[in-house]
Design a protein around this ligand. Structure first.
Ligand code: LLP
Length: 420
């Protein structure tokens, strides 16, 4: 459930008509609903009520790193799952306590490991023996002990898009689960790190719980084995990955169904479970508001050319992803159209042959389910600026990210002397 609904003939975000935001801030602009974010954060937590111990919830910052979003989630008791020094800095800036931050990622640099140690983060999810040895050496040289989990690759097909699948043996993430006993024995003997558990994340936008259950089952078997070999396991990080409905009628697991499955599979583990949800919290809490530049006649369908483009919302171009598209003031008339942005490549197509609200030049429309992996994946391709972001709170709203104009981007560039 979200708080984007038609009222008096016009789409509102909570109590704010979207046309007001378009007039004040311009388009394209991402619009987030505070109430929706909070609702999702609470529903996800409530889904995990049946666990043996209170879980640790770390929002996957990559899904939406806006500082306002991170502060909102910190207020909801969420920590952060970060995958770069930049995300770590944002989580701290937003007020997330360092001990609630988990640092994931297959290619943390030495400088990023140091940044995590400096901040005193809660856990490093190490993704290789090589990384573990490097972290242990750095931490020991500073007289520190880094708390760690070993991310394993369970070789489970998540059944999602290939580009967002992470748990198959050929994917770059984690260590083959069979290597865990050997690596645990080696790494836990090193000064500088305390290896306290395993981590797993098999992919994103999962529409079926079965692959997750299979992966968690394998984790449970490994937990028993590691304990039998004398290791103390206190934490298990089950990652993120629950899908959200993008298409009308699409069915994805609810947090309650997910939580029930987790409670069943992890019964008796006796550990603190950690979770890294991203999309399920942020996806339906944001829309991308855009204005129709013009409607162009085609040989077949008309082209609805909107002022948002693949640089603002990359998912359709990158993954062929579907985003709901509706008029801000629907008239009841419908059309079948190709919805495209102004960028000079055919990849800048949001939808082909889409039955949608009838639109004319100047009308406003939204792409739905754009709160996760939307603004965060924006670029300035075609020398377009970086899209603005707004958060609505009841009948109020605030600009939470300024539009970065093409001129400021060019300000960071130089023509070298040898060309003058
Ligand atoms: N934890 C780790 C280690 C991850 O790699 C990810 C996502 C998450 C948590 C959060 O997963 P979620 O709960 O959001 O599914 N740009 C793509 C999605 C990439 C996801 C990468 N990893 C998209 O737009 O679909």
């Amino acid at each position: 459930m979200d708080h984007f609904a038609i009222r008096d003939g016009e789409l509102h975000a909570e109590d704010v008509p979207l046309s007001r935001i378009a007039e004040d801030v311009g388009t394209p602009v991402y619009v987030y609903s505070r109430a929706t974010f909070e609702r999702h954060a609470r529903v996800f937590r409530a889904g995990l009520d049946g666990l043996e111990k209170p879980p640790h919830l770390a929002f996957a910052v990559k899904a939406n790193p806006n500082l306002a979003v991170l502060r909102l989630l910190a207020n909801e008791g969420y920590g952060a799952d970060v995958v770069s020094g930049g995300e770590l800095a944002r989580a701290l800036l937003a007020g997330m306590p360092a001990e609630d931050i988990v640092f994931s990622g297959v290619g943390k640099t030495g400088a990023e490991l140091v940044q995590g140690l400096d901040a005193g983060i809660g856990q490093f999810n190490i993704e290789s023996g090589e990384e573990g040895r490097e972290l242990a050496a750095i931490a020991a040289s500073r007289g520190q002990v880094a708390r760690c989990a070993l991310r394993v690759n369970p070789d489970v097909d998540a059944g999602t898009h290939d580009k967002i699948s992470t748990g198959k043996a050929d994917n770059k993430f984690g260590v083959p689960i069979g290597h865990a006993p050997e690596l645990f024995a080696e790494l836990s003997a090193l000064p500088g790190i305390e290896l306290r558990g395993l981590a797993v994340h098999i992919g994103s936008q999962l529409s079926d719980l079965t692959p997750l259950e299979t992966a968690f089952g394998k984790l449970g078997e490994m937990l028993v084995r590691l304990r039998s070999e004398g290791h103390s396991i206190t934490h298990m990080d089950l990652g993120g990955g629950i899908g959200v409905p993008y298409r009308p009628g699409e069915r994805t697991p609810s947090p309650a169904e997910y939580g029930a499955m987790v409670a069943r599979v992890t019964k008796g583990w006796g550990v603190t479970l950690m979770f890294e949800p991203g999309r399920v919290i942020a996806g339906n809490a944001g829309v991308l508001l855009t204005r129709v530049i013009r409607v162009k006649r085609g040989l077949n369908n008309p082209f609805v050319i909107v002022d948002a483009a693949m640089n603002d919302l990359a998912r359709p171009a990158l993954y062929g992803a579907y985003h709901g598209f509706t008029a801000v003031r629907p008239t009841g008339e419908r059309m079948t159209a190709n919805i495209v942005g102004p960028i000079c490549e055919t990849g800048d197509t949001f939808a082909t042959d889409r039955e949608t609200d009838a639109l004319v030049s100047g009308d406003l429309a939204i792409f739905r389910t754009a709160g996760a992996y939307g603004a965060t994946m924006a670029s300035s391709y075609n020398s377009r600026g970086f899209v603005a972001e707004v958060m609505v709170d009841g009948s109020d709203y605030a600009v939470v990210a300024d539009r970065i104009l093409p001129g400021s981007i060019a300000d960071a560039e130089r023509v070298p002397d040898f060309l003058t």
